[in-house]
Design a protein around this ligand. Sequence first.
Ligand code: AMP
Ligand code: ZN
Length: 116
Amino acid sequence: MACIFCKIASKEIPADILYEDELVVAFKDAKPIAPVHILVIPKEHIESVADLKDNHEVLAGRMIMVARRLAEELGISENGYKLLFRVRKYGGQEVPHIHLHLLGGARLSENIKPVE
Ligand code: AMP
Ligand code: ZN
């Protein structure tokens, strides 16, 4: 059974898609935590950054370049933004299909502390 982001990539379930090419899809996060909150995912099912292989170098680069271009197009580039990969359990990753968060449109707080 395909994972939820595989289903978004294959249009089995709807998402607000902003960009798509042969390798990646970018769509709005359903529960945004910033004025601009977009997820960039590969069409290929890869669980996390920790599961990338050497042959994924072009794909990983594409994800960053797409986020960069969307930031430019959405007018959040000059002030700046965050790019975030959560990785597995301690990184707080909830969806096990690698995704790059593009977060911006406001100054964002730092909140990276060990949980008690
Ligand atoms: P993470 O905690 O890094 O795994 O982030 C998963 C993100 O996916 C969260 O920000 C969710 O709001 C988002 N998300 C989960 N399901 C969907 C969906 N069907 N469409 C859009 N975003 C989603
Ligand atoms: Zn998947």
